[in-house]
Write a protein that binds this ligand. Structure first.
Ligand SMILES: [Zn+2]
Length: 543
């Protein structure tokens, strides 16, 4: 009855209005692209320079203030939100690594995209798996609706491929140090494109590579001293420098080549059911960590991302199937303090050694005459665990003492306990107004999270040794939370919405386009209407 009424009303409109109400064609291919560490700040800074794929995506729908809403702004939690519609509190992916003191392994640490029950695996030599992901991804839901839907996930990082792909991926490929690989135990033949890309990379790595400085990046090419090296200007990658490969243009190019090859060879979109491909371009994150975000390196890298996105769009055009693309990031980022200070941020600093977990642990051990370690933590900030061996009678006092010691440090903004977060109701204000506690609440899982949560003050970089990485992300501050969210597809609107939306909104938004019902109680996000004044893409349309 309701549908009949809607149709009758539409027919009463002028032809132009009726035309505008035509729903967009349901996409045959859904493409989710994550650019690791592509902050909203980088998007704003560089968007005028994009000429290829990112330029084209900007003609669609631009949410320049998307939010990875939670406090633990790391790769694994961030990727877990993009296609599940859920914050890490619900996906269970609270960090890249966390502690499980019930495990037999000596370091008691788990990696977010591993299955620790596989014999012989450890937190560093892990077996890649979606074991810890508690939520269903878009791909999982599409396959549950129609098993003919293909789900493909390709990324530089295994955790990006797994968290976007989910539990039932048909083809999953990620970089494993010297080649692209899939899950252990998959005995199917390797697709030709993967073999071809691996062979090309192996040949390229025998030679050094000197990246060309694009003219547009010249103005950012200024050396900045940090430790006993400088960043800010392009440098050659040596032959056989496999770590250098990950921060070179060749890395994302190789990932893109595989994605394009699989779109073509698997004939995605051609079987009358929607297919999904998730693509994780990971090099931007390694560039940000190694060189910071404001030098010639990041400028050159982002122009490379623009080109790779352009190549992906061209491959999609060549299928002649309707498609929709969403592009976003797993977290934002922050420049190195040395350059922040000369760029007008005098408070930028590296973390004080007193905040290193071992140092805090040592102080507490002395105070309570306990064996070390008293505290277990991956980093100075974020989740801090009390050691399992501390006697029950002492735990509350040790916890209070640890909280007081952290709060006494000038670089600490706030410290929360697990009990405080457990009591906190989910946030109900717009995401840019969330309190610090609400941000931590969104990446809190009572079964996995720490006992204490430490938030740094803004502009504190938790890296002291700058020999490998000089800059990072992971804080609850907006420079690490804000990411662009771009939608592009046939029949969708064209607008920019500067008000905040969340990456957890992506799943319900895409699901609505393919008429895939998502029970609201199962997710944290909401559908974003992409019609732009035409049909409401969040409302079920008459078939
Ligand atoms: Zn990172």
């Amino acid at each position: 009855m309701l549908l009949g009424f809607a149709v009758a009303t539409a027919a009463a409109h002028t032809p132009a209005q009726a035309q505008a109400q035509t729903p967009p064609p349901a996409p045959h291919i859904i493409v989710a692209i994550s650019v690791d560490q592509f902050s909203a700040d980088l998007f704003a800074e560089y968007r005028a320079m994009f000429k290829s794929g990112l330029r084209r995506l900007e003609t669609g729908i631009v949410f320049p203030a998307g939010y990875q809403s939670h406090a633990a702004t790391e790769t694994c939690p961030g990727h877990s939100t993009i296609l599940t519609g859920s914050h890490p509190a619900r996906t269970g992916i609270i960090a890249n690594e966390w502690y499980d003191q019930s495990l037999e392994r000596p370091d008691k640490k788990v990696y977010c995209a591993e299955d620790p029950s596989v014999p012989g695996s450890s937190s560093t030599n892990y077996t890649v798996s979606a074991h810890f992901l508690k939520a269903q991804t878009l791909g999982d839901r599409m396959k549950a609706m129609d098993p003919r839907s293909r789900v493909v996930s390709v990324a530089g990082k295994d955790r990006a491929a797994i968290m976007m792909g989910g539990h039932s991926i048909d083809e999953v490929w990620f970089w494993s140090g010297k080649s692209y690989v899939t899950l252990k135990g998959d005995a199917r033949p390797t697709p030709g494109i993967v073999d071809a890309v691996n062979a090309t990379v192996a040949a390229e790595m025998k030679k050094p590579e000197l990246p060309a400085l694009p003219d547009a990046c010249r103005i950012r090419s200024t050396p900045v001293p940090v430790g006993n090296k400088t960043v800010g200007v392009l440098r050659a990658r040596d032959a056989d420098d496999w770590t250098g490969f990950r921060r070179s243009l060749a890395f994302d190019r190789a990932t893109t080549d595989i994605a394009i090859g699989l779109i073509r060879d698997l004939r995605l979109g051609s079987r009358g059911v929607p297919d999904l491909i998730a693509i994780g371009l990971s090099a931007t994150d390694y560039v940000g960590h190694t060189f910071g975000t404001e030098g010639a390196e990041m400028c050159t890298q982002l122009l490379g991302v623009d080109e790779n996105v352009g190549r992906i769009l061209a491959a999609l055009d060549a299928t002649h199937e309707p498609y929709v693309v969403v592009l976003t990031a797993d977290h934002g980022g922050h420049d190195l303090p040395e350059r922040l200070r000369i760029h007008g941020m005098p408070d930028a600093a590296r973390v004080d050694a007193a905040l290193l977990p071992n140092e805090m642990s040592r102080q507490l051990a002395a105070e309570f005459k306990l064996p070390e370690p008293v505290l277990l933590a991956v980093a100075p900030f974020g989740d801090i665990y009390l050691a399992k061996g501390i006697p029950d009678a002492l735990r509350a006092r040790v916890l209070a003492a640890a909280q007081a010691r952290y709060l006494a440090e000038p670089q600490v903004a706030a410290v929360f306990t697990a009990a405080e977060l457990r009591r906190l109701p989910p946030a109900s204000t717009p995401v840019d107004d969330w309190s610090l506690a609400e941000r931590f609440r969104a990446s809190f899982d009572p079964g996995r999270s720490g006992d204490l949560f430490v938030a740094s003050k803004p502009h504190v970089t938790p890296i002291i040794d700058v020999s490998t990485y000089v800059a990072t992300h992971g804080s609850p501050w907006n420079y690490d939370r804000r990411v662009p969210i771009l939608f592009y597809g046939q029949g969708l609107g064209s607008f920019e919405q500067p008000l905040p939306v969340e990456t957890v909104d992506i799943l319900p938004t895409l699901a609505a386009l393919i008429h895939l019902p998502i029970p609201a109680a199962e997710i944290d996000g909401r559908c974003l209407d992409l019609g732009g004044g035409g049909s409401d893409t969040c409302k079920p349309s008459p078939k």
